[in-house]
Ligand binder design. Structure first.
Ligand SMILES: [Zn+2]
Ligand SMILES: [Zn+2]
Length: 350
């Protein structure tokens, strides 16, 4: 098999040829048809997240082992399955749920494998989709993509699921007041479409880029506000019709976290999804005074992914604008992503 391997943090991803994978038990081997290149992959290659105040979270300190084949947004076609995997359709494309847990801890038993403390996430702890083949432990992680193109379906495993799970955390507010979306790039546009699919009021979006604001309005946002405006917070509250009930921060920077906190009213909820980095900017006493809920959202559960894929195959989830690239260009794509040269989602198609 061909793969792109990360052998040292801070180094390049390099092409390698390895012995073909074999399967046993419930395992399934797939030929990878598409794998999205996520921003998280950049952090993995660098080996850290910026925590603000000059601090970094190092993946090596958290027990991440190299070499690893990155890629946690894989789609593929079943090639081979172990004797206990059951009958599988070898003509269909599936998107693979990558947030696989240990299966035995209380989080996994409660269906939250994405919160497992001993996870086997594809592309992070286990070899992922920067390869022409991928092996998974069980067919329950496979979701039929229907008529969606593999390069459009693949990013649903991370970007799509993360966005959906963030919205699920504030689902009770979506019909009461417009949710506020901070940052409306590809993920934000997907979020605008999902709010609609979930029956919510048209959201209010904030972005620095006029072209992105325009695209969000076209996609169904009720208002699009320039985050750099001096009165951005007042504009947000005017568009919502009062203090916001819920804000989804798809950027995760100190500036957006500040705006989110200022925009919510009593009992308001903030869900932080973006991993831009920095330190928390809120005054501690105001958290109880506002009775604010500040939550993080990372990927989503297997059940949530099933719900998302049901919406997706019905055509209710807008795909990210994508460009496709050969497997061997993985490192170049990561470099371009790092310097902001990737428009939309780059997807490797081995
Ligand atoms: Zn990701
Ligand atoms: Zn577990």
């Amino acid at each position: 098999m061909r793969c792109q391997s990360l052998n040292e943090f801070g180094g390049d991803v390099v092409g390698e040829t390895r012995p073909d994978l074999t399967v046993s038990g419930t395992e399934v081997l797939l030929k990878v048809t598409a794998n999205g290149v996520c921003h998280t992959d950049l952090h993995i290659r660098e080996g850290n997240y910026n925590l603000g105040n000059g601090k970094k979270l190092n993946f090596a300190d958290r027990g991440m082992k190299l070499p690893i084949v990155m890629g946690h947004e894989p789609a593929g076609v079943v090639v081979k399955a172990g004797p206990e995997a059951g009958e599988l359709d070898t003509t269909k494309n599936y998107v693979i749920y990558p947030w696989q847990g240990c299966g035995t801890c209380h989080q996994c038993e409660d269906g939250r494998e994405n919160y497992c403390s001993a996870p086997g996430y594809l592309g992070i702890q286990k070899d992922g989709g920067y390869a022409d083949h991928i092996k998974i432990p069980h067919p329950k992680y496979l979701f039929d993509i229907g008529n969606i193109a593999p390069e459009i379906a693949a990013p649903l495993a991370c970007s799509g699921l993360t966005t959906y799970s963030a919205l699920k955390k504030v689902e009770d507010t979506l019909t009461k007041a417009p949710v506020v979306l901070l940052g409306v790039g590809g993920l934000g546009l997907m979020c605008v479409g999902l709010v609609k699919a979930m029956g919510g009021l048209p959201p209010v979006v904030v972005d620095l880029d006029p072209a992105k604001r325009e695209a969000a309005l076209k996609a169904g946002a009720s208002a699009a506000i320039d985050g750099a405006a001096d009165d951005a917070m007042a504009q947000v509250q005017a568009a919502v019709g009062g203090p916001a009930l819920a804000v989804i921060d798809l950027v995760g920077a100190e500036s957006t976290a500040t705006l989110a906190f200022d925009a919510i009213g009593k009992g308001g909820k903030i869900v932080i999804v973006g991993l831009f980095g920095g330190a928390a900017p809120w005054a501690l006493p105001l958290i109880p005074v506002k009775a604010a809920s500040i939550m993080g959202s990372y990927a989503g559960s297997l059940d949530e992914f099933g719900e998302l894929m049901q919406l997706a195959v019905k055509g209710l989830v807008p795909g990210l604008p994508t460009t496709t690239h050969e497997l061997e260009s993985a490192n170049d794509i990561l470099n371009k992503l790092a310097s902001g040269q990737v428009v939309g989602r780059a997807v490797l198609t081995p």
